[in-house]
Every structure is written in structure tokens, then in C-alpha cells.
Design a protein around this ligand. Structure first.
Ligand SMILES: Nc1ncnc2c1ncn2[C@@H]1O[C@H](COP(=O)(O)OP(=O)(O)OP(=O)(O)O)[C@@H](O)[C@H]1O
Ligand SMILES: [Mg+2]
Length: 238
């Protein structure tokens, strides 16, 4: 397949925090239009991958390409302007600010057409439209996760990285959030997802990578991973 088929390509990436080697020779890619899930236990390195792609960590070695451009050393704001966004673990919305201000903050790298973008977001997320003047800290967990995802859309990304969106949410709300991700993917957004809710994540993903203590130990289509005995035993409780 052509190289530029991948929106994100990570080659032999290693990342350390002081003496802690968080990522060890990671290679993976996300093709345009895919949902790719990172599967791994606590501390496996899922967040480290996303933060390094975003430009928030400086790798020890390796290479990251986004839309065919080498982005090693590119700062976060430039990566966001180039079309990627990270919906961080724990949602990371500003609790004391309104829904609307949180959304506008998501657009601050590219304020062009922000009024139109707001209207589009409120169309996709009517709950947020109804609550546009509500302070984010008083939203339910599910609404807050919707806000975090909606805020990502305000920057007009082509690829969204979503770090453990289901954490702390009731199963029925998790289904809503995953449905939102599926719909965004159908609209054309490429998605790199990290999840501990492995079964549900693989059900919506095209492909996945299994991470163990900073190394990729397995990769395949979502179906292959769902049927893999070791994956089932370790992550699916079966
Ligand atoms: N800022 C940091 N300083 C030191 N060590 C860190 C830092 N961030 C992460 N680590 C370490 O790097 C490793 C990978 O962490 P990371 O947060 O990427 O894992 P994760 O897969 O996202 O885990 P979780 O599921 O708990 O979110 C862990 O050993 C962690 O303790
Ligand atoms: Mg994490």
C-alpha cells in the first residue's frame, strides 16, 4: 500500500521519563478512515504514545509521520493546526468554564468559522447545545466526555486521539460514547483510541495493537484480536 495511505505512522519509537523507559521500539500506523485501538493494562504506555504523537513528549529515538510529514520536534500547537487533537484521559475540560467557552477554547488554534463550527457541534451533540451556558463542572460524566470530544472537533482535526473515554462511565453511557466515535469515523475522522474496555473497543475498531510494558506484543484486525486466545484470556476475561 502507498505510504500516504497512513495518516499516522510511528516508526521504532522509544520514550523515557528519566530512568523509566515508557515506550520501547514502537511501530504502528493509523490509516485514513480507520479506528485503531491501543489495548494495554495500566502503565503499558497508551497515554505516552498519544502524548508523544501530539508533541508533548520528546522521544529518545524513532520517527513519527503525520500526513506524510515528519513531525519529530514539532510543538503541540502546530500539530493541532495541522489536523490532530488529543481528547485526554480524564476528559480534561475546564470545570469552571461554560460548555460554550470550553468549545471555543478547542477552536483557539484556528478561530476561523468558529461560530459555524459551534453550530455544527451543537447539531451533533444536542445535549451540549441545551447546556451551552452551563458550567462544565456540573455536567454528568458522560456529558463531560461528550464535551471533551466535541471540543476536539472545534479544531477541525483529521485525526482524533481519544484516551480512555469510557473510564468511570456507566455501561449504557459508554455505548453512547462509542456510538459517537463510530459516527465521527463514518464522517471521515481517523481515530486512535485507547481503552481498557477492550471488548467494546474492539467491536468498534478496525485494527488494534496490544501493548505490554512499553512494547507492542501483538497486532491485527479487531476480529483477529477478539478471537485471539491470549488476548481473550488477558483482556476479555474469557
Ligand atoms: N511524566 C511521567 N514521569 C515519569 N514516568 C511516567 C510519566 N508518565 C508516564 N510514566 C510512566 O510511563 C509508563 C507508561 O505510562 P502511560 O501513562 O503511558 O501508560 P498507560 O498505558 O496510559 O496507563 P493507564 O492505563 O494507567 O492510563 C508507566 O510506567 C508510567 O509510570
Ligand atoms: Mg493512560
Amino acid at each position: 500500500m502507498a505510504q500516504n495511505d497512513s495518516i499516522l505512522k510511528i516508526n521504532n519509537l522509544s520514550v523515557a521519563y528519566g530512568h523509566v523507559q515508557a515506550l520501547n521500539d514502537i511501530s504502528l500506523d493509523v490509516k485514513r478512515g480507520e479506528i485503531v485501538v491501543l489495548v494495554g493494562a495500566n502503565g503499558a504506555g497508551k497515554t505516552s504514545i498519544m502524548e508523544t504523537v501530539l508533541g508533548a513528549n520528546v522521544p529518545v529515538s524513532g520517527d513519527i509521520e503525520f500526513k506524510g510529514m515528519h513531525i519529530g520536534g514539532v510543538p503541540v500547537d502546530k500539530n493541532v493546526r495541522n489536523g490532530m487533537f488529543l481528547v485526554p484521559e480524564g476528559r480534561g475540560v475546564f470545570s469552571s468554564m461554560t460548555v460554550m467557552d470550553n468549545l471555543l477554547l478547542g477552536a483557539h488554534h484556528n478561530l476561523k468559522n468558529s461560530t459555524e463550527k459551534l453550530e455544527l457541534v451543537f447539531e451533533s451533540f444536542p445535549v451540549l447545545g441545551e447546556r451551552r451556558t452551563q458550567v462544565a463542572g456540573t455536567l454528568s460524566g458522560g456529558e463531560r466526555q461528550m464535551l471533551a470530544i466535541a471540543r476536539a472537533l472545534m479544531s477541525s482535526p483529521e485525526m482524533i486521539m481519544v484516551d480512555e473515554p469510557s473510564i468511570g462511565l456507566a455501561p449504557i453511557i459508554v455505548n453512547d460514547i462509542f456510538e459517537i466515535l463510530v459516527n465521527l469515523n463514518k464522517e471521515g475522522y481517523s481515530i486512535l483510541l485507547s481503552e481498557q474496555n477492550v471488548y467494546k473497543a474492539l467491536k468498534i475498531a478496525h485494527r488494534g495493537y496490544v501493548l505490554e510494558t512499553g512494547k507492542i506484543t501483538k497486532s491485527g484486525t479487531a476480529e483477529e484480536l477478539l478471537n485471539d486466545e491470549a488476548v481473550r484470556e488477558a483482556y476479555l476475561g474469557a
